[in-house]
Design a protein around this ligand. Structure first.
Ligand SMILES: [Zn+2]
Length: 359
């Protein structure tokens, strides 16, 4: 069945039942939808362009730092208030909502990791969702992530339950994290955490399901299976996607429902293809991609610069003549576009890795 046949599917941002139906469709068909961290309208456009070219759904997401950047790095963003991060996330989500239909694909609009100290950002986004819901009958975003994985499990789960209660009337999807994704992302450094925190247990994961499923079925779990943010040389943390299968088995035994969990794969950059395939077969419906598309965006510019170095040293004068103008090389539309093309192609590669392609 084509994803276009999923109930509620349309070109533009998917929310509520339509968004959840799409994730269920992904799980049943063993593909995942990649979510790309965006920091500008340019990076959003790159993701949407790839979705349009592939004719597949894609996700755009904003981290707290990325949200602030979207609105403008110079704006005040006070600790505990995070007004620029709230503004940037809301503006970014409106931007996606407005352009997505023109690209002709179903799009998810999501916010990434939110640690305890960043909860004012989360609250601000939910207020915007509630206002949008009041006016249009659906939330502004498709989904949000809470990441209280640094807190004790009981506190983590209790805060998630509290927020899921607030999100449920709007049918917003909650992504939560249990266990810790290693490495460094968006200024959060988990490279020194104890190894056992990098692997969740079936009991840890089931505790989440037990607490959240009576509130709403619309939640996904970023469980830890040795995944690490960023790309590093092969180290002593080993990716074990087979663990996700163990979590499903345990949850199946406890609930009597076959494989009831929906997983999110963080730290997927640089993963081997067979690990990704195993993760998909164990219920991963979303995989985050940031580091690899950051590199792609940069590499597009790098290659452009190297190929045109002689034309980029001043406004006038290049290898074709001392008095020749270089405007057509340093116009930002020229070199930013090279970044966009490179990122677009990397987005398409992630879609192929996750079997998010038309057979
Ligand atoms: Zn992550």
């Amino acid at each position: 069945m084509s994803f276009w046949k999923v109930e509620g599917c349309k070109a533009g941002v998917l929310t509520g039942d339509a968004a959840w139906n799409m994730l269920k469709h992904a799980k049943e068909n063993k593909f995942a939808i990649p979510a790309f961290n965006c920091t500008t309208s340019s990076s959003v456009n790159s993701v949407l362009e790839a979705g349009k070219e592939l004719n597949r759904p894609v996700m755009c997401q904003f981290s707290e730092g990325g949200s602030c950047f979207f609105a403008g790095k110079s704006l005040p963003n006070d600790k505990g208030v995070l007004q620029a991060s709230i503004l940037g996330a809301v503006v970014g989500a409106h931007y996606i909502r407005n352009v997505a239909p023109a690209y002709g694909m179903p799009i998810f609009s999501h916010s990434d990791h939110c640690a305890k100290k960043l909860l004012p950002w989360f609250d601000g986004m939910l207020e915007a969702d509630e206002a949008f819901f009041g006016a249009h009958g659906e939330p502004l975003f498709s989904s949000h992530m809470l990441d209280l994985s640094e807190e004790p499990d009981e506190e983590n789960i209790a805060i998630c339950a509290k927020y899921l209660q607030r999100m449920t009337p709007m049918k917003l999807i909650l992504e939560m994290e249990i266990g810790i994704t290693g490495g460094v992302e968006d200024g959060v450094d988990n490279s020194g955490v104890a190894k056992d925190k990098l692997y969740s247990t079936p009991e840890d994961v089931f505790a989440v399901h037990k607490a959240l499923s009576p509130i709403s079925p619309m939640f996904t779990i970023a469980a830890a299976f040795g995944n690490v943010h960023g790309v590093y040389k092969a180290g002593n943390v080993v990716l074990q996607p087979e663990l996700l299968g163990k979590f499903q088995e345990y949850a199946t035994q406890q609930t009597g429902t076959q494989n009831p969990l929906f997983f999110v794969f963080h730290g997927g950059s640089g993963s081997e293809k067979h690990h990704i395939a195993e993760a998909l077969s164990n219920g991963v419906v979303k995989m985050n991609v940031d580091t690899d598309t950051q590199w792609a965006y940069w590499e597009g510019l790098l290659k452009f610069y190297k190929a045109n170095e002689g034309y980029l040293q001043g406004q006038i004068g290049n290898p074709s003549g001392e008095d020749k103008p270089n405007k057509s090389y340093y116009d930002p539309r020229k070199w930013v576009r090279e970044s966009e093309i490179s990122m677009r192609d990397r987005v398409k590669e992630s879609c192929r890795d996750l079997s998010n392609v038309n057979a």
